[in-house]
Design a protein around this ligand. Structure first.
Ligand code: PLP
Length: 398
């Protein structure tokens, strides 16, 4: 027996593989510091949990309408004003997480042979779903000396008559990069000039340290060609609830809902009620989390920059550092994959090699700082000890 060949083009997320290896070390009795998985360590706000539990107790345990319960679609549409976007409930399609909406958007928008501009480094699922839909990812680079903001000039050079869509992820995983207002305007102009769809992954939209919250869909003419992908996982510490959504031109919401019907039928009803409470209730858990993340970000950036051979920019959003460890790699002859593997095996500290996010991530690591300061201090201590013990001889170059 064998599976259909289309599965062979699917990629995956290395974070889950590293998590598996870290868990095996823990099962063997080791104390592992986890900086590999991208999720807040805070609990879901209690009023959100309460709303979910209340919905279950109230018997809200049946199928929901496929596109989402009307109250949640409406609340999502209203909440978009926070990023300058005007939309109505019929433009919103709810899914079990942002990831299913990425999948649906790729299937809905990409024709076989279409080229799709994809960030490198970038969330690996973009490339995977583009290929699954028959498209061809065309990488655009993100450079540390620009704070990992997209370089519109460089991106424009990659556009051909086959280019169909541009995937944006701002703030960006794995680098924490954001775009300036001028960059966003230039990207919007480019999309309109070349008649591109924009798939705008805004799951870290509220996790910003400059107080801004923006969207390319807010710019004139862009709502007609943008699918916003967003969810509750990151801002509301709801990764395990599985709740996300897309916002798109109203005409596209219907076929997108048909895709949802074919796939998951609907998103769990009680989870949608929890999401409604998250959006309409107090937002202090979000602002509190961002304030706390600013502290852990600064701690980690300072610590990383104190290590000879490591250079780390201060990320403007999301909760990842993406240090350039090229100085250490040059000295020791390691590559970033071997570095990350040995850091876990020998010092029980789980991080991701930059190459988990594409070839443009070479020479980097991704570390998630949505965790306790004490865990970051321990990770930094182990990283320092690992780097100090790495000599060219130890790396086999003597
Ligand atoms: N998009 C990006 C850039 C992410 O980093 C993640 C999760 O790590 C997702 C989408 C998926 O989020 P969700 O948990 O809502 O499926």
């Amino acid at each position: 027996m064998r599976a259909a060949s289309r599965l062979e083009v699917l990629g995956t997320e290395r974070a889950y593989l590293v998590l598996g290896a870290a868990r095996r070390l823990e099962a063997a009795g080791h104390d592992v510091v986890h900086l590999e998985i991208g999720e807040p360590d805070m609990p879901t706000p209690p009023h959100v949990v309460e709303a979910g539990v209340r919905a279950l107790r109230d018997g809200l345990t049946r199928y929901a309408l496929a596109a989402g319960i009307p109250e949640l679609r409406d609340a999502i549409a209203r909440s978009l004003a926070g990023r300058g976007v005007r939309a109505s409930a019929e433009q919103v399609v709810v899914t079990p997480g942002a990831k299913p909406m990425l999948f649906c958007a790729a299937l809905a928008l990409i024709e076989p042979g279409d080229e799709v501009l994809t960030p490198d480094p970038g969330f690996p699922i973009y490339e995977s779903v583009v290929r699954f839909a028959g498209g061809r990812p065309v990488y655009y680079p993100l450079a540390q000396d620009r704070g990992f903001a997209p370089d519109v000039g460089v991106l424009a050079q990659r556009i051909t008559p086959r280019t169909r869509a541009l995937i944006l992820n701002l703030p960006h995983n794995p680098t924490g990069g954001v775009a300036t207002a001028a960059d966003l305007a230039a990207l919007a102009e480019l999309a309109q000039r070349h008649d591109l769809w924009v798939i705008s992954d805004e799951v870290y939209g509220q996790v910003r340290y400059d107080g801004r919250w923006d969207s390319i869909a807010a710019l004139p003419g862009m709502a007609a060609r943008t699918v916003i992908v967003d969810g509750f996982s990151k801002a509301y510490s709801m990764t395990g609830w599985r709740l996300g959504y897309g916002v798109m031109p109203a005409w596209l919401a219907e076929p997108m809902t048909t895709l949802v019907i074919n796939n998951v039928s609907c998103t769990a009803t009680f989870v949608q009620h929890a999401g409604l409470a998250a959006l309409t209730g107090p937002q202090d858990a979000v602002t509190g989390m961002v304030a706390r993340l600013r502290g852990t970000r600064d701690l980690l950036v300072r610590g990383l920059n104190g290590i000879d051979g490591i250079r780390c920019a201060t990320p403007a959003g999301a909760f990842y550092c993406f240090p350039d460890i090229g100085g250490v790699l040059e000295r020791t002859g390691l590559d970033c994959d071997a570095f990350a593997e040995r850091l876990l095996a020998e010092h029980h500290t789980a991080v991701l090699a930059g190459t988990a996010f594409g070839p443009g991530g070479a020479g980097h690591l991704r570390l998630c700082y949505a965790t306790a300061p004490a865990a970051l201090e321990r990770a930094l201590g182990r990283l320092r000890a690992f780097v100090a013990g790495l000599t060219p001889a130890a790396a086999g170059l003597a």
